[in-house]
Design a protein around this ligand. Structure first.
Ligand code: 3HC
Length: 696
């Protein structure tokens, strides 16, 4: 290698693109923090740099690399929906590919979306061994629209292109190398390695243009597309973009590149103009905004958390502990009796081993995680923990008793968190000597899997305690959302009106199957009654089989506690497949008769208005009362905690799509039937009247 020439900045200081020479190799460097998104300035800089290289006889090869944490992470999503600015990304990628001198992409971090398309426009790709490559456009309701759907199958093969584009999951450098997407994997300083590679290939002709390759798309069995669709039918249910991605990759195998890109553009523009992509793009930013805490004093610093204590080794306590263990944070877990402790730690180990059996973890990682666990019966061992999460029985007296004990032994400054789903954090905090250290960390079941974490800010919660819980949540792979104190916080509180109306609808004439079907057709993973059966119909039951005041009591009294008993609102076969239950139907009709409820035909539309519009109304109350910081946080809670279809953005975004006046009109239509359980949110009424929205 020749020695590095002095740095030559040919762009104005404001351009994110700079160039420098290393012998006869021109290094084009992007510096557009935080993720090197391909903004208009970056695109322009790239085109100019290519022109500079073409014009310079002293340049024989090029390297495109990025500074900072990552290679280009995609098109600049903030530009979407605005008037497009030249040069367009597809033209930039073409310009790179048509450069008369070899261009090498030097990939570190993540080459995503438009970033991967830029890399595909390059003639060669050199990647750091930790790099990840992917086409996440589908998660924004889109497809790779800069030639990606046509180039990727030509380079990586059809099957890999289908997997990458339709699922949006990135692949590691090794997998990318194995499928031909990456030409060399390197360790250590990336750019010098890429320059060395460029020097090796500087004289190779013809240039390896992805768009001209035929070898990987010849003789493709056309059944591969249908098979792939079928294999993933459940995953893709309700989404438009995965199918359009598959269609575009199929086109690559049927038409010449020049025609394929035109079709790709058409599909891209259709998706971009659609409601699903608008919802998914909105959600991308909603998720990131959720992490920002309003009203936090500027200099707030998080408290260090080196060790966590968890009280209770039941399903929740175990799941919560696993999150920290997996992140390498030691956990002391406390139980009342040896048997419960052994059972709890046994379940955790089995869960880890199940992940290992699926290839998600190595045996060594399982041992490492379990090695961070310290099970004990001695409360005093929590004394050196920086955060203590209690996950005991959901009862105020029990919680207060536990907090009283923690208060006596926890070290000063330790954060004391309750995993309560409903209870008043302020009441718990007021019962001990350090209310400023108390907050809620509401994990969702199964706690080691579900991404949502409601961090409940009490009236006296210290800012640094809140910040710590939010940052820690992110560190353990959760999506934390700040919630205020009220019965059920954001998520469970919104579940209540849905549950109340769904139950009333049963008596009025709807069946559990009809109500569940409406929710599933809407895009929810399951309806309220399948969910009740899964969670346990007996949750919150008073346990007195002679006290029968509603349908739930009646089911519990005859042992229909849900899936775990093989019967709940539905009957279940040995494979846990549900079927309608004549017994349940009889109970419902009996109750209706006893309560004098007139049964009638219920339309699907009424179900939507009474179970989904009411949730929007509750969400508006939550905003009105300051329980959620912003409407988009409500949406994040529902998408990550309850499986609200992300292609509908979340309840508040969806309400805006439907139109707030339409929501209000629907609720007014049902108001009489819903009384006295229902009352209007003033915020919703005001916004509807003023033609405003929650999220746009
Ligand atoms: N455009 C604009 N801003 C982006 C962006 C993008 N493509 N990707 C990330 N950002 C912003 C985020 O909004 C966030 O901003 P904030 O700090 O103001 O909240 C900031 O960059 C940092 O992002 P993260 O918090 O997500 O940082 P992480 O380090 O956790 O993750 C990442 C980095 C893996 C690159 C992640 O940001 C990511 O997945 N980005 C999106 C990638 C993507 O979807 N690319 C495809 C875009 S569509 C496209 O390319 C179309 C083309 O085919 C035509």
């Amino acid at each position: 290698m020749t020695s590095e020439a002095s740095s030559v900045l040919d762009k104005p200081a404001t351009s994110p693109i700079s160039t420098r020479r290393h012998g006869d190799v021109l290094i084009i460097l992007s510096n557009n923090p935080p993720v090197n998104a391909l903004s208009a300035a970056v695109r322009l800089g790239l085109v100019d740099a290519i022109a500079q290289a073409e014009a310079d006889d002293g340049v024989n090869a090029l390297v495109i690399a990025c500074e900072g944490q990552t290679f280009f992470a995609g098109a600049d999503i903030t530009e979407f929906g605005k008037p497009p600015q030249q040069p367009w990304l597809p033209a930039v990628v073409d310009r790179i590919e048509n450069c008369s001198k070899p261009v090498v992409a030097a990939i570190h971090g993540t080459a995503l979306g438009g970033g991967l398309e830029v890399a595909l426009g390059c003639h060669y790709r050199v990647a750091d061994k930790s790099a990840r490559l992917g086409t996440p456009e589908v998660k924004l309701g889109l497809l790779p629209g800069a030639g990606g759907t046509q180039r990727l199958p030509r380079v990586a093969g059809v099957r890999k292109a289908l997997e990458m584009t339709a699922t949006g999951s990135p692949i590691g450098a090794k997998e990318a190398f194995d499928c031909g997407l990456v030409d060399r994997i390197v360790e250590g300083d990336l750019v010098p390695h890429a320059v060395a590679f460029a020097e090796e290939v500087r004289d190779v002709r013809p240039l390896a243009k992805s768009s001209e390759r035929q070898d990987r798309i010849a003789d493709v069995d056309p059944s591969v597309f249908d098979d792939f669709r079928k294999e993933n039918a459940k995953r893709f249910r309700g989404f438009e973009a995965p199918l359009r991605n598959i269609e575009a990759v199929k086109i690559a195998t049927e038409k010449p590149y020049s025609e394929g890109v035109i079709e790709e553009r058409k599909l891209f523009m259709e998706l971009m103009g659609g409601e699903q992509s608008a919802a998914q793009r909105y959600f991308f930013f909603a998720e990131r905004k959720a992490n920002k805490i309003e009203g936090l004093p500027e200099n707030t610093e998080p408290r260090p958390v080196r060790k966590v204590g968890v009280i209770g080794a039941g399903t929740m306590g175990g799941g919560i502990s696993m999150n920290f263990l997996s992140a390498g944070i030691p956990v002391t877990i406390v139980e009342m009796g040896q048997e419960a402790l052994d059972r709890g730690t046994g379940v955790m180990r089995r869960n880890y081993e199940a992940s290992a059996a699926k290839g998600k973890l190595t045996a060594q990682q399982v041992e490492q995680a379990m090695g961070y666990l310290q099970p004990t019966l001695d409360f005093a061992e929590l004394a050196d923990c920086d955060l203590i999460v209690e996950a005991v029985y959901e009862n105020m007296d029990v919680k207060k008793e536990v907090f009283g004990r923690i208060d006596k032994i926890a070290r000063p400054g330790a954060i004391l968190a309750s995993n309560t789903s409903y209870l008043d954090i302020d009441e718990i905090a007021a019962s001990i000597s350090r209310p400023e250290d108390v907050l809620g960390m509401h994990f969702f079941s199964p706690a080691n899997i579900m991404k949502l974490l409601e961090v409940v800010r009490g009236a006296k919660t210290a800012s640094d305690a809140l910040l710590t819980a939010m940052q820690l949540g992110k560190k353990i792979g959760k999506v934390p959302v700040v919630a205020g104190v009220c019965h059920g916080f954001i998520g469970n509180r919104m579940l209540m009106p849905r549950q109340i109306e769904a139950t009333k609808l049963l008596l009025e004439g709807a069946s559990p199957e009809q109500i569940d079907r409406v929710h599933v057709e809407f895009g929810m993973p399951m309806g309220p009654f399948r969910m009740a059966d899964l969670a346990g119909v007996d949750i919150g039951w008073h346990r007195d089989p002679n006290r029968i005041e509603n349908v739930r009591d009646a089911l519990c009294a005859i042992d229909r506690w849900g899936q775990k008993k093989g019967a709940g609102f539905y009957d279940y076969d040995e494979k846990r497949r549900p079927s309608p239950s004549p017994v349940v139907q009889h109970i419902i009709e009996d109750f209706a008769a006893r309560q004098g409820v007139e049964r009638r035909e219920i339309s699907d539309g009424e179900i939507v208005e009474r179970t989904l519009y009411t949730m929007v109304n509750e969400g508006a109350k939550i905003l009105e009362e300051g329980i959620a910081q912003r409407a988009s946080d409500v949406d994040v809670v529902w998408v990550y905690g309850y499986g609200w279809p992300v292609y509908r953005g979340g309840p508040m975004f969806w309400a805006d799509s439907v139109g707030l006046q339409t929501i209000v009109d629907g609720l007014k239509r049902q108001e009489e039937r819903m009384k006295p359980d229902f009352s209007f949110s003033k915020l919703l009424l005001d916004k509807a009247e003023n033609g405003e929205s929650f999220t746009r």
